[in-house]
Design a binder for this molecule. Structure first.
Ligand code: PMP
Length: 426
């Protein structure tokens, strides 16, 4: 593998863009070295600027569940673009995508489209506060809900009740309304709710977490959250930016059998174009402007190109629901193959998996929350990441990210991936 041109492009990018990237994880800070610059992508493969072919396990961090440059999505976008790219006025396709989304996902009657997962979560929390008349929210250490101020709260410290900012620029005033709990720790949530009785608007959670590696909730934990919310008049907010239209047609609600009150979306729903969304029952969504007083807006929201990509993508998934099982089968195959290789190498590891999300941590303790995820050996992870990259496999460049499998991956690609792992010296 050669990376000269990528490195040269990165050097130039750094002169004009902070850190050379428009989103930090892309910069390879966790794994070292220069990031790969992409020239094009097709199906399961990325082609970089040095003409290396890479098997892609991030799929643009989730959206491209059917692979890159998926023809029905491309055609839909091209057709739409010829008719104008943005109007800032209502279009029929927004209703078509809304209607289809609402038909696929449980417990939602209405949906509002925005441009990113960050916007979706930020707006959903505002709606939850407006609806309940309460200010505080509970989030879980290690869960990521975008870069809006209320969510950038330090992760990991023990019995923290009041959050503190982990990014300069987030005020203490904002941070004090974000309470921190720990994933898979129901007792901790109960205590937090008890200590802040009647003050909590929403509990926001990644129902299967993908931002500390892949972490699966225990049944008791996720169902327990539902019960607490119902008992205390708190809205359960599932951040399904990653899991929506990926774990099942109806996302994690369907896959886990748990009902949420508000749901956010971000990746698959846009088919690879910038779309986010938040949705709930009519009673809750009725509080949103212009129907109700909770304000939220967007110049490019419901953009016709983005809507056409989303509509083409969801139509495919709606018509071919076996894709979710086929993706889960491929992910299980990868899991078993990698486990066999890592067992042979004798290196301590944990593989977590749910549906088409999977991650590898180099630790001998089960990874169930942020603290256990953070115990992974980063030196081993770096060797693993760069070893795989050099053999043509592109994995997330941080142990705190999940892989996202896409349907274009063949069993040959999976075998090539497993063989690549075999050849690495860990
Ligand atoms: N929520 C979750 C669960 C996410 O994984 C992400 C992004 N990876 C976001 C929200 C934010 O989405 P965006 O990057 O589109 O703003």
């Amino acid at each position: 593998m050669r990376y000269q041109r990528s490195s040269a492009l990165f050097a130039e990018a750094k002169q004009y863009i902070p850190g050379g990237v428009n989103s930090p994880v892309r910069a390879f800070k966790a794994v070292g070295g220069d990031p790969i610059f992409v020239k094009k992508a097709e199906g399961a493969y990325l082609y970089d600027e040095d003409d290396n072919r890479l098997i892609d396990y991030i799929a643009s961090w989730g959206p491209l569940i059917l692979g890159h440059a998926y023809e029905p999505v491309l055609n839909a976008v091209i057709d739409k673009a010829k008719k104008g790219t943005s109007f800032g006025m209502p279009t029929e396709i927004e209703t078509q995508l809304a209607k289809l989304s609402v038909s696929m996902v449980p417990n939602i009657d209405k949906i509002r489209f925005v441009n990113s997962g960050t916007e979706a979560c930020m707006s959903a929390v505002r709606l939850a506060r407006g609806y309940t008349g309460k200010d505080k929210i509970i989030k879980f250490a290690g869960c990521y809900h975008g870069h809006s101020d209320s969510f950038l709260i330090q992760a990991g410290s023990g019995a923290v009740t009041f959050g503190s900012p982990n990014s300069p620029g987030v005020t203490q005033g904002t941070a004090k309304d974000t309470l921190l709990a720990h994933y898979n720790d129901l007792e901790g949530v109960k205590k937090l709710v008890e200590a802040n009785k009647g003050e909590i608007a929403t509990i926001i959670i990644e129902p299967v977490a993908g931002n500390m590696g892949c972490i699966v909730p225990t049944d008791e934990f996720i169902k327990g959250l539902r019960d607490i919310c119902t008992q205390e008049g708190i809205l359960l907010l599932f951040d399904e930016v990653m899991t929506g239209f990926r774990l099942a047609k109806g996302g994690a609600q369907e896959a886990l059998g748990v009902d949420a009150d508000i749901v956010t979306f971000g990746k698959v729903i846009g088919g690879g174009l910038p779309v986010g969304a938040f949705a709930a029952r009519s009673e809750i969504m009725g509080h949103l402007a212009p129907e109700g007083p909770v304000y939220q807006a967007g110049t490019l929201s419901g953009n016709p190109l983005a809507m056409s990509a989303g509509l083409a993508m969801l139509t495919e998934l709606n018509n071919n629901a076996q894709i979710f099982q086929s993706l889960a089968d491929k992910t299980e195959y990868l899991h078993k193959g990698l486990a066999k290789v890592l067992n042979k190498k004798g290196v301590p590891y944990q593989i977590n998996r749910f549906g088409s999300m999977i991650s590898v941590h180099f630790t001998d303790e089960p990874v169930v929350d942020f603290a256990s995820s953070a115990k992974g050996n980063n030196a081993t992870f770096k060797k693993y990441f760069h070893g795989m990259l050099d053999k043509g496999v592109y994995l997330p460049p941080s142990a705190f990210e999940s892989y996202f499998l896409n349907d274009a991956l063949s069993y040959d690609d999976l075998d090539e991936t497993i063989n690549a792992a075999k050849a690495i010296d860990l």
